[in-house]
Design a protein around this ligand. Structure first.
Ligand code: AHG
Ligand code: MN
Ligand code: MN
Length: 325
């Protein structure tokens, strides 16, 4: 293989101001803790079948969903790397009922909300899955408790997701940049491969669970029918993978409310807020169909939300049709 030039590593990127001259106040350590955890999770995911670690734990989470063994493994790994970063004051996790409050005073701490493994139905079948993180800064002087985690998505300082796919890709969004990194298995480090990500103007794909069509209300059925008539359908069934493709290629993801899921299917704090933040920073949009995702004032850690996510023009079009326009 021919020699390739040096690529900026994630470590170099975060140490030199996160692509926009940000102060070094520990956010770099939080991001590196996520990256370290994701490398461990990636290895576990690759080895899961060989280690007899596939399948369900037999437990259900607070939302009544079956916890897969790999959900548990991933959750444990990220709780460990984030807790020992020295800069995380609290962690909220899809698989853990109550927030993990880190003991001791973390003066410049961050609050991290995560979906440690996204794409449950794909874990056992070698299809792309991922991890999703929203990062908030602790309010100055605040003694962190459960309510400290109930912050609107608009207050995120950064969001990260990782896709364990045909390559392992980490995308980091801050207020100044959205940058994609690929895990280099030779060096064991993430290196920049997708600088300055902007969602393409042209929308190519729509991603929705067509099996839900009959339980949608009429305006939402019409909105989905419009997508069907205009764009190619792609649906992995792992939000993080569907979103990643749509972000790079131009596309729209829709998991609207329906008759069986009045509040939608996806989680506000672990899925919609972080990916909504990434989408907006890349020039896209995120809506419930009625409200901008990042404006929602959360009432519960594990609350669900409808989610329309991707190209801004198309999100606006769907919202208008859902509202009878
Ligand atoms: P999780 O594995 O974290 O519970 O999330 C699964 C989610 C999301 O990844 C995906 O978009 C959605 O479930 C798919 O739902 P359907 O199977 O209902 O289409
Ligand atoms: Mn998920
Ligand atoms: Mn999950």
């Amino acid at each position: 293989m021919s020699a390739v030039g040096h690529r900026t590593t994630l470590q170099e990127y975060v140490s030199s101001g996160l692509g926009g001259g940000a102060q070094d106040d520990g956010l770099d350590a939080v991001i590196m803790a996520i990256a370290d955890g994701s490398i461990q999770v990636q290895r576990q995911v690759q080895q899961a079948a060989l280690a007899d670690a596939l399948g369900a734990t037999g437990e259900t989470n607070v939302q009544g969903e079956i916890i897969q063994r790999m959900d548990q493994v991933s959750s444990d790994i990220f709780v460990e790397t984030l807790s020992s970063s020295g800069h995380v004051a609290a962690i909220g996790c899809e698989e853990i009922e109550k927030p993990v409050i880190i003991e001791g005073e973390v003066a410049d701490g961050y609050i991290v909300l995560m979906d440690p493994l996204d794409g449950s139905s794909n874990i056992d079948v070698a299809v792309s899955i991922g991890s999703i993180f929203g990062i908030w800064k602790k309010r100055p002087g605040e003694k962190v408790n459960e309510d400290s985690l109930l912050r609107p998505g608009d207050e995120q300082v950064a969001a990260v997701y990782v896709v364990y796919g045909s390559s392992t890709v980490l995308v980091l969004a801050t207020k100044t940049d959205v940058c994609g990194f690929t895990l280099d298995f030779r060096s064991g480090e993430f290196a920049v491969t997708h600088p300055n990500i902007k969602i393409p103007k042209e929308c190519l794909y729509y991603s929705t669970n067509e099996g839900n069509h009959k339980v949608l209300d009429e305006p939402t059925q019409k909105a989905v029918a419009n997508l069907r008539n205009k764009y190619s359908q792609r649906y992995v069934g792992s939000l993080v993978a569907d979103f990643h493709r749509n972000l790079l290629k131009g596309g729209i993801f829709a998991y609207p409310a329906d008759r069986n899921r009045k509040d939608g299917r996806l989680r506000l704090m672990y899925e919609a807020n972080p990916l909504g933040f990434v989408a907006e920073q890349a020039g896209g949009a995120a809506s419930t169909g009625y409200q901008r995702i990042l404006d929602i004032i959360p009432e519960q850690l594990h609350q669900r939300t409808p989610l329309i996510l991707g190209n801004k023009d198309v999100v606006e079009e769907i919202v208008s049709v859902i509202n009878g326009g």
